[in-house]
Design a protein around this ligand. Structure first.
Ligand code: DC
Length: 643
């Protein structure tokens, strides 16, 4: 599976121009398609969900032209899709599925609407019931109440108000409202039960108004589309930045110092999720807002827990759940039952993943309660849910972590992790690679001590793996078995001592035999893979010095300083000789030199992560240098790099 490892973060600051709002993008596309005249849509979100909508419109015969960048031209069809029979695949895009269902049911035609398996588990019965009240012919092709759907031509009669439930998803009401002008007659909707996510309805009404249809509303219970309503192109329309996407960056500023400024949404936004800023302010963050920007900083005294009704910000509220990991006290997010029918059951998913990090979590039908703890590294599953991936990136302020399937962010924010990396600073890593006995271990440990950083002797992990295999009677060439051992290696680095399976290993991993074994198991790709995350979790605040063969190339490619530390094979053999004799062990210089050359050969010729000087690594040849001189040189470079 694809994954992204995040190092521990130490600060966040910067400015982020947000991608277009998903909710507005898909509403604008549909209304532009239904309108009279051509619409130029600027700043459209480029994402999976909008692609599903664009594809569907093309299939329906709507003229869709890419003008370059995020700008598109849509040739409206005046409420009549040219293609009268089609099968549409809408992925997991709820913002495409619900409104298209309503529009196609009322526009008339023979259509099949399908999605991914999860889409077929997301309820749509309340919308279908509403459409049937208008006379629409809708059949369930799978389970009753769920997609896929078959729509057939029917005679549509909007007499009396359509009754639709408002307490499962506001997208049902949005779908109906946007489709009602297609009836050409006065049409009303009455909401049954408490309407949830009202801000999304405000977006719907505001977008319809931009296309010339004024919905009359009586509180949040009754909506009327006047007779003769028709969508007309506004000419050019700009899509606002995505307010839910803003939440991650505002939270970054609130946790990581800031200021982090987001551009594209602000005080004048029509998106309800901008009120996330108020929730963050309630946690103590310092917020500033302008007409189309917002900015957050961390409070001096730290964030505090909140107890909030989040019905008005269902999507952005997920960001509060991970921000809660950095707040004093227990945070409770209430009235979030809609989380259970989103891309995944978000309450359940959030609870499981927060617990992996060490937090205490209580979940109920419509609430979640999070009590923070010292975070521990974990591999976070994202459930094909873009927001899970983005929310959990915040947890990197507490621990290095792995995000599985990070590509799911493409649903709404394809380059999220690039923007995230640009707005944050990770705990610095100094990577020192080089051949055996080049002195890199000693140099790395001393540099780490001088800077107050942690030290990772990555070679020790390969040596421990070789030792564990030997103890378990596993052959060093048995890749799968050695990798399985490496994955569950019970090892603890306690100061200068290494504990394997509860017992100090002492010099047992430093013998020539284990050196050879380590070099052999290190050539096995599955073993390297199994040890990768284990090494990366050393990338913690305030910083790390790691030594090995692939610290700079594979394990910490974003290291602030990469050094290739080497010495001639003769000098290294002699150092090893003196080391062994010093420990009272017997040694033979010609044999050591031969071993050294063989090991160099194996380490540099293997196919995975071979030993070599990377283009961005500085060379330090210690053949003629003492340890002190080598340490001093690395410290000089480190201080330059850390400035
Ligand atoms: O640095 P060392 O001699 O303790 O390393 C032991 C072996 O492990 C060495 O032969 C190469 C391998 N190794 C590796 O492949 N990648 C690393 N990052 C560190 C060590």
């Amino acid at each position: 599976m694809d994954f992204l490892d995040l190092p521990q973060l130490i600060s966040a600051a910067g400015t982020v121009r947000l991608p277009g709002s998903k909710s507005i993008s898909n509403r604008v596309l549909l209304l532009a398609a239904l309108a009279d005249g051509e619409t130029e849509v600027r700043d459209l979100l480029a994402s999976d969900d909008t692609e599903r909508m664009l594809d569907a419109l093309k299939t329906l015969g709507v003229g869709v032209t890419h003008l370059g960048g995020d700008d598109w031209r849509i040739a409206g069809c005046g409420g009549r899709f040219p293609t009268k029979a089609a099968e549409l695949f809408l992925g997991n895009a709820g913002t495409a599925f619900r409104p298209l269902t309503a529009a196609l049911a009322l526009a008339g035609g023979d259509y099949v609407l399908k999605g991914v398996a999860r889409m077929h588990e997301r309820p749509i019965g309340d919308l279908v019931d509403g459409l049937r009240q208008l006379g629409a012919d809708v059949t369930y092709l799978g389970n009753d109440g769920y997609p896929p759907l078959h729509l057939k031509p029917a005679s549509i009669k909007p007499d009396g108000a359509v009754r639709v439930r408002g307490d499962v998803s506001s997208q049902f009401l949005t779908g109906l409202l946007m489709a009602l002008p297609l009836t050409g007659q006065a049409a009303g909707v009455e909401v049954v039960g408490e309407l949830i996510s009202k801000p999304y309805i405000e977006i719907t009404l505001a977008t319809m108004a931009r296309f010339g249809v004024q919905v009359q509303r009586d509180g949040w219970q009754r909506f009327t589309v006047p007779a003769g309503s028709r969508y007309r192109s506004p000419g050019t329309i700009y899509v606002e930045g995505d307010a839910s996407s803003a939440s991650y960056f505002l939270a970054l500023g609130a946790i990581g110092g800031g200021p982090v400024r987001v551009e594209g949404v602000g005080r004048d936004s029509i998106q309800g999720d901008v009120r996330f800023a108020e929730a963050l302010a309630e946690m103590g963050a310092e917020l500033e807002t302008g007409p189309n920007w917002m900015q957050a900083r961390a409070p001096k005294s730290g964030l505090v827990a909140v107890d909030l009704d989040c019905n008005h910000i269902p999507d952005a509220a997920m960001t509060l759940a991970t921000a809660a990991l950095f707040a004093r006290g227990t945070t409770t997010l209430r009235n979030i039952a809609s989380w259970r029918v989103k891309e995944t059951d978000r309450i359940a998913a959030m609870a499981i993943e927060l617990r992996k990090l060490g937090a205490t979590v209580e979940e109920g039908e419509d609430f979640i309660r999070v009590t923070p703890a010292a975070l521990r590294p974990a591999a976070i599953d994202t459930y094909d849910d873009h927001r899970m991936a983005m929310c959990f990136s915040l947890a990197a302020f507490g621990t290095p972590l792995r995000i599985n399937d990070p590509g799911c962010v493409a649903k709404t924010f394809p380059d999220y992790f690039e923007r995230f990396a640009a707005a944050t600073r990770a705990a610095p890593v100094i990577a020192i690679d080089g051949p055996s006995a080049s002195g890199k271990g000693t140099v790395a440990a001393r540099v780490a001590a001088a800077l107050g950083y942690a030290y990772l002797d990555s070679g020790a992990l390969y040596r421990l793996t070789a030792l564990a295999a030997r103890q378990a009677g596993v052959d060093w060439a048995d890749e799968a078995a050695v990798a399985a051992l490496a994955a569950v290696l019970d090892v603890e680095f306690a100061g200068d001592e290494i504990i394997l399976n509860g017992k100090p290993v002492g010099d047992a991993i430093r013998t020539e035999e284990m050196s050879a074994g380590a070099s052999k198991v290190a050539a096995l790709p599955a073993v390297r893979e199994a040890l990768l995350f284990r090494q990366r979790v050393f990338g913690k605040a305030p910083g790390l010095v790691g030594d090995g063969r692939d610290m700079g190339s594979v394990v910490f490619p974003r290291a602030v300083l990469k050094i290739f530390l080497t010495a001639s094979a003769e000098a290294r053999a002699e150092r090893r000789y003196k080391q062994l004799i010093g420990k009272g062990l017997s040694a033979n210089l010609p044999d050591l030199l031969l071993d050294m050359k063989q090991r160099d050969e194996r380490d540099s010729q293997r196919s995975v992560a071979p030993l070599r000087q990377e283009a961005d690594a500085r060379l330090l040849d210690t053949t003629a240098l003492g340890i002190e001189q080598a340490v001093d040189q690395v410290l000089v470079w480190s201080r330059e790099a850390l400035q």
